[in-house]
Design a protein around this ligand. Structure first.
Ligand SMILES: C[S@@+](CC[C@H](N)C(=O)[O-])C[C@H]1O[C@@H](n2cnc3c(N)ncnc32)[C@H](O)[C@@H]1O
Length: 241
């Protein structure tokens, strides 16, 4: 991995951190509170998945955490077959428990790194990826991940992403980070802001929304949609037409 990523958490460190952080990801109503408009973005990707792919049968949730995004989709379309992917065994255990109580469809769990897990090509009507791609590092990593996303999506299927994003212009990056800091301080004071910022510094390498929508197109998706952007967070997606 390039020099600029040398100080960042390894995949094992990320796994261990999330293994000890399950409770924070189990609030379906609010989503993750450190994310601006978390609940709105969850609502938007759910509604968009339903609108773009009403006939979906199988959903894949990449970096499912405790299963919030799959649960939200099941609340509107019950009995989907659900595939849950996570690095963290503790997250996956909780997700299976919660999703198991919400669908009569099948549940498959995939424990590991989605970049290397063997996932069946063209088999998912809907793919969800919430707050996970910001752990991707260099260009090759992003390109291979988005190519895989395209490969596993069924023809006519759709993918929906919510995530921490960056910006192309240094000054805009600084501006948006300051606004994110104010948002975090309002929730939990300076200590909370500093804690979240130190996670971001250690673990995350987000990319601009423009970079990601261009990459979706380059990976083969025919229709690319931006659903929402507020500061350092965005909800967007694409359809494999
Ligand atoms: C910030 S949490 C978000 C959880 C959930 N998507 C949500 O929105 O509530 C990120 C999750 O992605 C998982 N994760 C990070 N990198 C991953 C990877 N390469 N493959 C699979 N899971 C990953 C982490 O273990 C963690 O559970």
């Amino acid at each position: 991995m390039a020099e600029e990523y040398a100080g960042k958490s390894t995949i094992e460190e990320i796994r261990d951190r999330f293994d000890g952080d399950v409770e924070r990801f189990t609030h379906l109503e609010t989503g993750q509170i450190s994310i601006t408009d978390a609940s709105l973005m969850m609502e938007l990707i759910t509604a968009s998945a339903l609108a773009a792919t009403p006939e979906m049968k199988r959903v894949l949730d990449i970096g499912c955490g405790a299963g919030n995004n799959t649960l939200k989709l099941l609340s509107r379309k019950p009995d989907l077959d659900c595939d849950l992917v996570d690095l963290s065994g503790n997250m996956l255990f909780r997700a299976r428990e919660r999703v198991g109580g919400a669908t009569k469809g099948s549940i498959r769990t995939h424990h590991g790194d989605f970049r290397t897990l063997p996932l069946e090509p063209e088999s998912y009507g809907v793919v969800l990826a919430a707050a996970v791609f910001h752990h991707l590092r260099d260009d090759g990593d992003w390109e291979r991940a988005f190519e895989k996303l395209y490969r596993i999506t069924a023809p006519g299927g759709s993918v929906w992403i919510t995530d921490l994003i960056s910006h192309e212009t240094r000054e805009i990056r600084t501006l948006m980070e300051a606004r994110h800091g104010e948002f975090l301080e309002e929730i939990g004071g300076r200590e909370y802001r500093d804690r979240v910022f130190s996670w971001i510094e250690r673990e995350d390498t987000p990319r601009p929304l423009t970079y990601q929508t261009e990459l979706l197109r380059k990976s083969g998706f025919g229709c690319v949609e931006i659903l929402h952007k507020n500061g350092n967070f965005a909800a967007f997606g694409a359809v494999k037409v």
